[in-house]
Unconditional design. Structure first.
Length: 377
């Protein structure tokens, strides 16, 4: 006991992962006679400050991107400018009336670093080299005359031109298919319900980030609220994302037998979230699917008829483990946050096979041909 107390005083528990905190906290409550103390230790290990909750992982990921990409290339503002993320309302009370909006869109000043200002005197004196001498294209280059032709030989060799390349004969070629390209996110209905105040939940601003439910979760209508929270999985802006992800996990933890009848209504939100092809949203959705199939009996088997809606996108990204193709010798720290898309897809497919019954493997194999069974020897 002295060793444990010394370890707790010398090592901050928040710096440890949930897997390492649970045994240590369990040892602290081992001498207690109450059986609830072990569950209390597990709850503290998962929810104490520094815990790797799904919503906390996303917050840490955004903070890390701000530190690494200081130019704002990975910021939420840049994604809104590119049309990938919904802009949202003008204020918490909604949009301004159209007659009060400016008639002309305001433009940035020339002093802004992102826009090109007037040329300096040095830049104005620079001469474009390409305008000094015309460049000959590959089609007009002719072969130099040989010595025999200069002495009166055949003159046809002077007009021989270099053959065109295959690219010039076929044109520029077909465009890219864009299978891995992110799709624009439409404004989810979760944001509408939250801004109208229709959700019985609010954020608990304390040392531990969680939700304060105004109504007991056991009394909620899962047919109405669970699809709404699943629809918020495609959010990338807080507080919508934090409330949607945390609300989904809270409802799945206490759902018991009320989740199974709602499974058909969850397919469309899951398909929409995976269809965004955003790696961060896909990782969050895959973790939710793993939590869903183990939240109750027969839920994995109830998802088997809907594999054709969920699995096609996973077949595209199943080998995408490295975030960027130009990563080089950099280190990817996504393992400890479970943000590696390829590994999560493999884990999800194996869990679907384990919980989907005897027909799960053949249906997964139909949609993901390269998948190998984890149960069949």
């Amino acid at each position: 006991l002295k060793l444990i107390s010394f370890t707790c005083s010398s090592l901050p528990l928040a710096a440890l992962g949930a897997a390492h905190r649970a045994p240590l906290l369990g040892a602290l409550f081992e001498g207690s006679s109450s059986g609830t103390e072990s569950r209390k230790a597990q709850w503290l290990a998962a929810n104490m400050p520094g815990g790797n909750s799904p919503a906390g992982v996303l917050l840490m990921e955004d903070t890390l991107n701000k530190m690494i990409y200081r130019d704002g290339s990975r910021s939420l503002k840049r994604e809104k400018e590119n049309g990938l993320v919904p802009i949202g309302s003008h204020s918490c009370f909604g949009n301004f009336p159209p007659h009060l909006m400016p008639e002309k869109k305001l433009s940035r000043s020339r002093s802004f670093s992102g826009t090109a200002g007037p040329k300096s005197a040095f830049q104005a004196r620079q001469v474009d080299i390409t305008q000094l001498a015309p460049t000959a294209s590959r089609k007009t280059l002719t072969r130099p005359a040989s010595a025999a032709s200069l002495r009166g030989g055949s003159a046809s060799r002077k007009t021989l031109s270099r053959p065109n390349s295959a690219a010039s004969l076929q044109g520029e070629g077909p465009p890219r298919a864009g299978a891995f390209r992110r799709r624009p996110i439409k404004s989810p209905m979760f944001r509408v319900y939250y801004e109208r105040g229709d959700l019985p939940v609010q954020i608990f601003h304390g040392s531990i980030g969680k939700l304060a439910w105004k109504v007991d979760i056991e009394k909620l209508d899962y047919h109405h609220y669970l699809p709404i929270f699943f629809d918020g999985l495609q959010e990338k802006e807080d507080p919508y994302r934090f409330m949607a992800v945390t609300g989904v996990y809270d409802m799945l933890d206490r759902g018991e037998g009320r989740i199974l009848p709602v499974v058909p209504q969850l397919v469309i939100p899951l398909k929409t979230a995976l269809g965004t092809r955003d790696p961060q949203i896909m990782c969050t959705t895959l973790k939710v699917i793993q939590k869903l199939v183990v939240s109750g009996d027969m839920i994995g088997e109830a998802l088997v008829p809907y594999y054709r809606q969920i699995l096609p996108v996973l077949n595209i990204f199943k080998n995408k483990n490295i975030p960027t193709k130009d990563m080089g010798d950099f280190i990817d720290y996504g393992q400890r946050r479970r943000m590696n898309l390829g590994d999560l897809i493999a884990e999800t497919l194996q869990l679907l096979e384990e919980t989907g019954g005897e027909d799960a493997f053949i249906n997964i194999k139909y949609m993901v041909p390269t998948y190998e069974s984890c149960l069949i020897p």
